[in-house]
Design a protein around this ligand. Structure first.
Ligand code: SF4
Length: 266
């Protein structure tokens, strides 16, 4: 007899095959806490089906006029990075300033295109997340333009949590100011490991000493929560290397740590 989870997955797949796209949606009743369990799948591939351009466009067009019943969360993707870490599946496009300018302008057009539509403006947005890639690869003028456009076009709640994801490499004071002045109140920094050997092996840039110093400085910025990502399960990462990472993180004046297991695919 299939397990409960397998049963739920089979049912969702039947819905997907019948093109009931609700099988893809997050649970809207409490988006902040229940966004993910309700998703059957997020990518075409295992358990997913690709939506071809016309059907995706028609579907989104229709959906964009349907009001949201509850507070929402929004995700803005910045699919650029300046270098590629060996383990990363999120890397899509090498950063180039012309591409970043073009992407910024297109993103703003998209915010404006949707800002009169019910799906975007019908209920407050409680949390907004800029993920990637590496959003902090963008130059201050683009960060500022995007954050201005977001405030003009999205119904952000008074206490909206605005997270910018990135890394310390290239995160200048000017970029930080553009983030904070634009309303970012949470910074999520991919550290992955403080271990110098593993960093080198994985082609992570910057030394552990630099990362620690920089995190100490950034954590002192007012009204900005700083959280970091750590990864466990790197090749050659024995228990001590991992507990050392946790110890260093726990002694830093940061606000939180997200720990992820490295998933290795054939
Ligand atoms: S910096 Fe982040 S997004 Fe860029 S390649 Fe490394 S892990 Fe991936």
């Amino acid at each position: 007899m299939p397990s409960f989870e397998t049963g739920v997955r089979l049912l969702k797949n039947i819905l997907i095959k019948k093109r009931s796209y609700s099988a893809f949606f997050a649970d809207e009743t409490d988006a902040l806490h229940k966004a993910f369990p309700a998703k059957a799948t997020v990518h075409a591939g295992p358990f997913g089906i690709p939506m071809l351009w016309n059907s995706a466009r028609n579907f989104l067009e229709k959906k964009s006029f349907e009001p949201r019943q509850t507070d929402g969360i929004a995700y803005v993707h910045i699919p650029f990075c300046e270098s590629r870490c060996l383990f990363c599946m999120f890397y899509q496009n090498p950063y180039a300033s012309e591409a970043a300018d073009a992407y910024t302008n297109t993103l703003i057009k998209e915010f404006e295109l949707w800002n009169q539509r019910a799906a975007q403006n019908s209920a407050p947005i409680k949390a907004l997340y800029f993920g990637g890639g590496t959003p902090t690869a963008f130059e201050p003028h683009n960060i500022k333009k995007i954050l201005d456009a977001v405030r003009t076009n999205l119904p952000l709640a008074e206490d909206c949590e605005i997270t910018f994801e990135g890394r310390l490499h290239g995160l200048t004071d000017e970029k930080l100011s553009a983030c904070v002045e634009g309303g970012v109140n949470r910074l999520s920094i991919g550290v992955q490991t403080f271990n110098a050997d593993i960093r080198k092996e994985m082609q992570r840039l910057d030394s552990p000493e630099y990362i620690i110093r920089r995190l100490e400085k950034i954590s002192a910025i007012d009204n900005l929560a700083v959280v970091i990502d750590l990864l466990f399960g790197f090749p050659g990462q024995k228990g001590k290397a991992w507990t050392d990472d946790l110890k260093i993180a726990s002694e830093l004046p940061i606000d939180g740590v997200d720990c992820y297991q490295l998933n290795v695919f054939e």
